[in-house]
Design a protein around this ligand. Structure first.
Ligand code: PMP
Length: 388
């Protein structure tokens, strides 16, 4: 990883006539720092095997042979492979794919949001969502989660009825809290939502055994979509491939707004290789779930509050000065994420060696001085705003 570029903000209008809502904004992204232990962006820490690397290299070479041509515009073969991977009787025309689920979600808002329309979500949640809304001129509405970060079904239904959003975004498991959303809640929201409902299941594979996917609800809900990514459990963040399952009509709406040839020939080819090795790519999921649960126990043993997580990360706190804790860890070569409600920090599940280094560094930081002492306030404030 390279050193971070200097942070630049968008220039004042006098200098450059940018859209007013972009003035003073900085590009989104967690710091990319060259440190020994990176536990800040919820990646799978296990790289592909040499056998997978060789197959990826061969697929890239093959794609290179026709690089003078545009790629297959509708990514039909890849979408058929993704449908087969998801199961649930899905076919390629019910699956959409793009450069990460960030792009998938942008397509959703381009097709179903836009000027005069709105998207509603339950906060604290993924900090990119308001940026998709801003970029697509979609109104941004938030509904606070309960104190334990769950979504109260009656409150969710009432909020959707009141706000009448064109898009409802439910994140399960949620980032940065790790909280899963029940299918009953998804179904209840679908029943009252005037527009489309998207369940972002970026971390679904890490959920505890028996946690159902909203894919189960698709046959009965034509305005529901479920988005997934290969960036997390699938250990393929560098490949940039996100996808979504919905009705064929929903997918057709996304096809209208995508840029032509949005998925390069290389992306399509390497994603198909990864899918062909799905079992191996997902092999570390159980280990990471165990690492998450062991780490939760270690944090609780230190008197810290830990949000119940079905993802490959934990939100823990609360700290009187969370930035000082984050910095103290970084000074010891461990990068985590300063995100979520005030006083909380997020750490990704890693290898046993990474977890040991993290806990050792945390112990040292917590011993340092009173400023870093754990805040006695362990309750979450439900009115805290969207995570940034
Ligand atoms: N959704 C959630 C909840 C996420 O946490 C992330 C990444 N952190 C994404 C979507 C986007 O992932 P990607 O674009 O890599 O698929």
């Amino acid at each position: 990883m390279s050193a971070p570029p200097p942070t630049s903000t968008v220039a004042e209008p006098a200098a450059l006539p940018v859209r007013p809502e972009l003035v003073g904004e900085v590009p989104y992204g967690a710091p990319q720092l060259d440190v020994p232990v990176c536990l800040n962006v919820n990646e799978n820490p296990y790289p592909p095997s040499e056998a997978v690397v060789a197959d990826i290299a061969a697929a890239v070479a093959d794609a290179a042979r026709s690089m003078n041509r545009y790629p297959e515009r509708d990514a039909l073969a890849l979408r058929a492979d993704l449908a087969a991977y998801l199961g649930h009787g899905l076919t390629g025309d019910q699956v959409w794919a793009a450069n990460g689920s960030n792009e998938v979600m942008t397509h959703v808002l381009q097709a179903f949001g836009g000027p005069g329309r709105s998207v509603a979500t339950f906060t604290p949640t993924y900090s990119m969502y308001p940026e998709y809304a801003r970029n697509t001129h979609t109104g941004w509405l938030t509904v606070p989660r309960a104190a334990d970060f769950t979504i109260d079904v009656a409150a969710a239904v009432a909020a959707v009825k009141r706000l009448q959003p064109d898009v409802v975004l439910l994140t399960s498991p949620n980032n940065p809290t790790g909280t899963a959303v029940s299918l009953d809640t998804v179904a209840a929201v679908c029943a009252v939502a005037p527009g489309v409902v998207v369940v972002d299941e970026a971390y679904h594979e890490f959920a505890r055994t028996g946690t159902p996917s909203a894919l189960e609800l698709l046959p009965d809900h034509p305005r529901l979509a479920v988005s997934r990514t290969m960036s997390k459990a699938f250990a393929f963040a560098g490949g940039r491939l996100g996808y979504l399952a919905a009705s064929a009509a929903f997918v057709d709406a996304l096809r209208v707004v995508r840029l032509p040839y949005h998925l390069s020939a290389v992306t399509q080819a390497v994603a198909r290789v990864a899918l062909a090795h799905a079992e191996e790519m997902l092999a570390a999921v159980d280990r990471l779930r165990t690492a998450r649960d062991d780490l939760a126990r270690d944090l609780v043993a230190r008197g810290l509050a830990v949000a119940d997580s079905d993802a490959n990360f934990l939100l823990f706190g609360r700290f009187a000065d969370r930035h000082a804790v984050w910095q103290g860890l970084l000074d010891r070569g461990v990068l985590i994420r300063e995100v979520g409600p005030d006083g909380w920090l997020r750490v990704s599940a890693g290898t046993p060696a990474e977890m040991a280094t993290f806990i050792d560094a945390l112990d040292r930081v917590l011993q340092m001085n009173r400023v870093l002492q754990v805040s006695p306030v362990l309750q979450v404030n439900p009115v805290l705003q969207v995570t940034r």
